[in-house]
Design a binder for this molecule. Structure first.
Ligand code: MG
Length: 154
């Protein structure tokens, strides 16, 4: 079982990506890569489950190769690293923290994108979203956060 979490600042003129799904929004995630906060949390959950390291070790933000990187491609690389060790994803559960817009209309697309990237059945992947209740960086619309737990089996 692995746990991952991430937070990215939101800024005008950036795309808001959640597991590669483009969410129409005035503001999107900043970051060295495309900033996909959910993809990053899932990478860390997956790598952590197999005790293989973390996203910062695999894809350092000091390396220009990962500038504007497609984070779902990074996730697929993490899946392959975990698979090489003899593991497959049994279950993934995620929480997105975003004040606005509402994530609910995009949930099924996000679940499908994660299931595809992880080579898992969509019935083993779930995604929930919460607001920040108007409090803190998430509640003020300055940031988006995500948490994920991933169960792997050999
Ligand atoms: Mg990140």
């Amino acid at each position: 079982m692995g746990l991952g979490k991430d937070l990215h600042a939101l800024e005008s003129g950036r795309a808001l990506l959640l597991a590669g799904v483009l969410i129409p929004s005035e503001k999107g995630e900043t970051g060295h890569s495309d900033g996909d906060v959910l993809a990053h949390a899932v990478c860390d959950a997956l790598l952590g489950a197999a005790a293989l390291g973390d996203i910062g070790a695999f894809f350092p933000d000091t390396d220009s190769r990962w500038k504007d990187a497609d984070s779902m491609a990074l996730l697929r690389q993490c899946r392959e690293a975990v698979r090489r060790e003899g593991w497959r994803v049994a279950n993934l559960d995620c929480v997105i923290e975003l004040q606005a817009p509402m994530v609910f209309p995009y949930r099924e697309a996000i679940r499908a994108a994660l299931a595809l990237a992880l080579d898992a059945d969509v019935s083993a992947v779930f995604v929930k979203a919460k607001t920040g209740e108007g409090l803190g960086p998430v509640g003020e619309g300055a940031a988006v956060a995500a948490e994920a737990v991933c169960l792997i089996e050999n």
